[in-house]
Design a protein around this ligand. Structure first.
Ligand code: UD1
Ligand code: UDP
Length: 363
């Protein structure tokens, strides 16, 4: 069996790690196409190096742009690549897609027009907010997919509510749980991030922000930045800065002023795993990081109006704090500090990747 995997953005490299290993173990031949959506070494290469993924077979170098520009470049490259694979008698039995980025959407559009069957990892997630580009991508990709690998029971219910059920949908668990379990020991053995930043476990706030709804809305961004500055007056704040937030920070008068603020380039997955596990609170608008905080039993404040990872909120480990004011952000972080939630396992047992490989072989 041949699988063509399409990845392009940071979280997809991490999700593809355990799945690639499981495909290999199942005797499936995988080719990996990188759309080039993320291209900085700290957003891309580091993950291939750390996670033992091997270099991608192709990099389409689509790069950044408006949604239309970026998706269109990927579409052209992906269609050409898929046709080449088909002509070289490497026609994929499955095109494997992850999550909800523009790379995922381009992969789904290119594959479906060539009648190549699509398997979607992280199917069924919904924020019910169509202002988010990711929500549009998810809905479209799920519609076009032949196999829908849902990470949770809630995702299965979302699909059922849209009339999608039966054998096409499979609750396999979340591949990020697999990644965490698989790479956790490697992170402990190899990462020196806590020592190099002189961080005391349980004493700092870990921040990441990159959602367009926050970085591209001047009011929300200002609230977030002054909220973070105020938190950094009392606590150490560690913030690996996503490139989308980089520009905003360059012109931010508060950068570097509060005593506790540690701004840095994005870090690799192994460093990030230790930073998350040892944080007192995570403040983020990342989907993946909300879930990782939950898995590490670290309280999280999510600077968004909604979340797809509803179980993290229901179980008490995550609270939504839309950045409508700086005070709201500060209060939410202070309230989260030292709080706990219920123990639960809504995202599976860490065997999602194996189930995905078995399912692809079975169908
Ligand atoms: C994308 C995904 C988002 C995901 C995030 C993961 C879409 C619509 N959004 O958002 O769902 O949560 O990836 O991190 O697909 N840039 C660089 N270097 C890079 C990559 C980006 O400088 O290596 C800068 C560029 O100025 C670019 C901006 O960051 O315009 C945004 O990058 P883009 O890939 O369009 O979206 P993300 O915000 O990363
Ligand atoms: N991550 C990382 N280094 C960083 C920030 C995040 O390795 O500097 C990891 C994080 O641990 C998680 C994933 O990147 O596994 C989440 O990606 P991101 O926040 O970019 O995207 P999202 O999950 O919101 O789509």
């Amino acid at each position: 069996m041949k699988v063509l995997t399409v990845v392009g953005a940071r979280p997809q490299f991490i999700k593809a790690g355990p799945v690639s290993l499981a495909l290999r173990a199942a005797g499936i031949v995988e080719s990996v196409v990188h759309t080039g959506q993320h291209y900085d070494a700290a957003m891309s290469q580091v993950f291939f190096d750390e996670l033992g993924l091997g270099a991608p077979d192709r990099n389409l170098e689509a790069g950044s742009g408006t949604h239309a520009e970026q998706t269109a470049r990927m579409l052209v490259g992906l269609e050409r690549t898929m046709l080449e694979y088909t002509m070289l008698e490497h026609q994929p039995d499955w095109v494997l897609l992850y999550g909800d980025t523009n790379s995922t959407l381009a992969g789904a559009l290119a594959a479906s027009k060539l009648c190549l069957p699509i398997a979607h990892v992280e199917a069924g997630l919904r924020s019910f907010d169509r202002r988010m580009p990711e929500e549009i991508n998810r809905v479209l990709v799920d519609t076009l997919s032949a196999r829908l690998f849902a990470p949770s029971a809630a995702a299965v219910r979302n699909l059922a509510a849209e009339g999608v059920s039966g054998a096409r949908v499979e609750e396999v668990g979340d591949v990020m749980v697999d990644a965490l379990l698989f790479y956790r020991e490697r992170a402990k053995a190899r990462s020196r991030i806590l020592e190099s930043l002189a961080l005391v476990p349980g004493s700092y706030v870990l921040v990441t922000l990159h959602r367009a709804e926050n970085t591209d809305d001047p009011e929300r961004l200002a609230n977030l930045l002054s909220g973070v500055a105020r938190i950094a007056e009392n606590h150490v704040v560690v913030w690996p800065v996503h490139p989308r937030a980089r520009k905003a920070l360059q012109t931010w008068p508060g950068a570097g002023q509060p005593a506790g603020l540690r701004l840095m380039e994005p870090v690799g997955y192994l460093d990030m795993t230790l930073l998350t596990a040892s944080a007192a609170v995570v403040l983020t608008d990342s989907g993946g990081l909300q879930k990782e905080a939950f898995l590490h039993r670290v309280p999280c404040v999510t600077a968004r109006d909604s979340t797809e990872w509803v179980e993290t909120v229901e179980l008490g480990w995550n609270r939504l704090a839309p950045p409508r004011s700086a005070a709201r952000v500060v209060e939410a972080v202070e309230a989260a500090w030292g709080s706990t939630g219920e123990i639960g396992q809504p995202y599976g047992d860490g065997a999602a990747a194996r189930r995905i490989a078995e399912s692809l072989l079975r169908y």
